[in-house]
Every structure is written in C-alpha cells, then in structure tokens.
Design a protein around this ligand. Structure first.
Ligand SMILES: Cc1cc2nc3c(=O)[nH]c(=O)nc-3n(C[C@H](O)[C@H](O)[C@H](O)COP(=O)(O)OP(=O)(O)OC[C@H]3O[C@@H](n4cnc5c(N)ncnc54)[C@H](O)[C@@H]3O)c2cc1C
Length: 384
C-alpha cells in the first residue's frame, strides 16, 4: 500500500493543471453563459492524450486506468473547468466498449475516444423510473436482422454535442426474459429526437429529454452479448462514480483555494477575517473532509484498476458520497467567507453552488448510496 501517487500520475496532474490554467474559470463561465461549448479545451485535452489516458495503448490511448482519467478530471475541475462529459464519454462509454464491445466496436470507437475526437453520451435515466433503473421501459425488439427501439430518457447530458449515445434498453435474452442491454445509437438516427431541459446550473453541457420512436439499429449496435447486459452496464458505473468523485474534489479544491485567498486578504476589523476561528475552522474542516474523500476516491480507482470490481463498487459509492458532501460544505463555506462577494459573478464562488449540489443527486443520489451501504456493507435488510 502506498499513500503517494506514482511520479507518472503526479506529472500528469501537473501537465493537466497547466492546461486547465491556460483556460481557467473565466473561459468556462463565459462559454457556459453564452450557451457555447468548451470545444477548444476538449480538443486540446484530446490532442494531448489526456482524454484517452485510460484507453488501451493498442487503440492509441495512454494505457492507464480510471485513476489516471480521474486525475485529469480533478485537475481540470480544480482549474475551474469541470467537464461533465468526461464523466460520461471517456469514463462510462469508453470503459464499457473496451471491456464488453465487439472487436469492430473497439476498433471503431476506441481510437476516437483516445484522441477525444468523438463524444458519446450515456442514457439510462427515465422519467418514470428515476433512481429505480429496474423500472426502465425503453425497449429494444428484434426487427428483422436488427433492432427497433422505443422509449424515453431524461436528463441526458451532452446529446447535442455527442456523435452517439450509449442507450440502456430492455431486450429479451435467449430465455425470453427482459434484461437491460446496451446499444450504440448515432445521434442522427431517424426517429431519435431530443429537447433541452432548462437547468439552474452554470455549465456548457446541457441536459435533454430524448425520444426514441421506432428507431431502427443494425444488429451490431448491441454492445457485448444479449445476455450480459447488467454486468456490462456495471463495468461503466464504478468509473462513473469515481469520476463524479474526482470532479467534486476538483471543485472543492477550487472553492477552498478561493476562500483561503480571500480570508487572508479581507480585513474588516483589525486582522484578516481568516484569523477569526468562525472563518478558519469551517475551512479547516473542509480541507479534512476533502482529503478523506480524495483518499477514498484513490482507493476506489486503485481497486478498480486492479480488477477488484466488488471492492471498487463499495469504495466508489463511498467516495462519491464523501466527495459530494465535502464539496457542498466547502462551496457553502467559501460563499460565507466571501460575504456578499460570495454571490457576485466576479468572484466565481456562488456559481459553483449549482454544480456541487448536483453531485448529491447524480449520477446516483446520496440516499441510494446510503441504501447500498446499509444493505451491502452493513448487511441490513433491503429498505426499498
Ligand atoms: C445535471 C444532470 C445531469 C445528468 N446526466 C445524466 C446522464 O447523462 N445520463 C443519465 O442517464 N442520467 C443523467 N442524470 C440523471 C440522474 O442520474 C438522476 O437525476 C438521478 O439518478 C436521480 O434520479 P431522479 O432525478 O429521477 O430522482 P428520483 O429517483 O425521483 O429521486 C428523488 C429523490 O428521492 C430519493 N429516493 C428515491 N428512491 C429512494 C429510496 N428508495 N430511498 C431513499 N430515497 C429515495 C432520491 O435519493 C432523491 O433524493 C442527470 C441528472 C442531472 C440533474
């Protein structure tokens, strides 16, 4: 067991932090408020290989693990550029295709994930199912030599900028049971439409309600085999949680740095406000909570990269929970530290509130993580 990251990981963090600093929070917020995408940053990160650090080398990637991709995500978020689609495209979609895709799917998609030249959205959430993924009703029926998909998804991030969406739909397995399966659906497929949802989050990535009306796909749109849907899906969910945790950690670091800087400078009585324990202690608490959460995130990534999916599942859930809570507390503390300036656009702290608050809800809510831990870690009866 080691408590310091490898020299390669540290060098990766430093290089990504440098790239993030080149763009920074002003660029990110300007793009988000103008309704534009952070394409320049995405493309440069892709060209430099940062978006494909976890893609196997034989497909042009860095050959690293989810720990490396999480480091990239955290450093960009800490530099003020939290890229939500990193959680989806290279983490969930590339992982699932690398682990479960056919040879053709790997050859087609992985080199493009490696250089960031494609984006793939991920769609599981449905309006009437929500956190209960067992209730999804989007179906994929065999139709001649292909598939016919019908259904609806909601809150799907980045559909407008994605080349394809990895869809979770129910299909009949070889015994006739309905099981979740994964399909790669090009965003220009006839019958596939989407409408944006107005969100109160400052982010260049948008969320969409998606409709599938008799969408025809070829047989090879299915990822992996017809019977292995759930296992294939789970392959992508631990990376998703680890990445959400990394993004939360980066935003927490950003908010903490801003608050510390302000607390050292701002003086309204005889000393800087940071000399008052009412300001210093919540910041110190935030630092402790954040470091504990980051430790769990690194453990989750290390277990996942070592092939321990069971261990990684528990740790990834705990890391996602802990980082979300730490980041929410820190952003709230940072706003309080800034006083009125905490809610101005100029100081860039208040705008973090929406995105960290999201971390308690998505990709899996705080309550569903507590349900998981109560049942699987504590052995308590299932409560729902
Ligand atoms: C900005 C954003 C981006 C997103 N991006 C994507 C995406 O790209 N792809 C995608 O598929 N989805 C995406 N989602 C959806 C996200 O994963 C869901 O919002 C999340 O899983 C919660 O589902 P829900 O919103 O339907 O809440 P619900 O399931 O309706 O839950 C509402 C509340 O009830 C609680 N609750 C429900 N059941 C229980 C229970 N048994 N015990 C205790 N509490 C319970 C929940 O924790 C929550 O607090 C995104 C959401 C947002 C907000």
């Amino acid at each position: 067991m080691t408590y310091s990251e490898s020299e390669e990981r540290q060098a990766l963090r430093a290089a990504v932090a440098e790239l993030g600093a080149k763009y920074g929070p002003d660029y990110y917020v300007r793009k988000a408020k103008a309704g534009e995408k952070t394409d320049e940053l995405w493309q440069e990160a892709g060209r430099l290989g940062y978006l494909g650090v976890n893609v196997p080398e034989e497909y042009g990637g860095g050959g690293g693990g989810i720990g490396d991709l999480a480091a990239v995500c955290e450093e960009l978020a800490a530099a003020g550029c939290p890229l939500l689609l990193m959680v989806v495209s290279p983490a969930i979609c590339a992982t699932i295709i690398a682990r479960s895709g056919t040879d053709e799917q790997r050859k087609h998609w992985l080199p493009r994930f490696a250089d960031g030249s494609v984006k793939m959205a991920f769609a599981i959430t449905e309006p009437d199912a929500g956190s209960n993924a067992h209730r999804i009703t989007t179906t994929a029926r065999r139709d001649g030599d292909g598939w016919m998909l019908n259904g609806q998804k909601t809150f799907i991030s980045g559909v407008d900028e994605a080349d394809a969406v990895l869809f979770v739909a129910r299909s009949h397995d070889q015994k006739g049971n309905l099981r979740p399966s994964l399909f790669i659906l090009p965003t220009d497929a006839p019958g596939f439409t989407w409408t944006p949802i107005d969100m109160e989050i400052v982010s260049p990535e948008r969320q969409f309600i998606c409709h599938l009306d008799d969408v025809r796909l070829p047989y090879d749109a299915l990822v992996g085999d017809e019977d292995g849907g759930l296992l294939q899906l789970f392959a992508g969910l631990n990376p998703e949680r680890i990445m959400a945790s990394a993004m939360g950690a980066g935003i927490g670091r950003l908010a903490l740095d801003k608050a510390i800087g302000y607390a050292k400078d701002r003086q309204v009585f005889k000393t800087p406000i940071g000399a008052h324990q009412g300001i210093a202690h919540p910041l110190a608490t935030g630092k402790i909570e954040l470091e504990l959460a980051r430790l769990m995130q690194q453990k989750a990534a290390a277990l996942y990269d070592a092939g321990d999916d069971m261990g990684a599942g528990e740790a990834a859930n705990m890391a996602k929970y802990a980082t979300a809570e730490a980041a929410i507390h820190i952003v709230d503390t940072a706003i309080q530290t800034h006083g009125g300036n905490g809610l101005t656009s100029e100081y860039g702290v208040g705008m973090l509130a929406g995105v960290v608050r999201l971390m308690r809800i998505a990709p899996v809510s705080r309550e569903m993580i507590l349900n998981f831990v109560a049942q699987h870690s504590l052995g308590l009866p299932k409560s729902y």
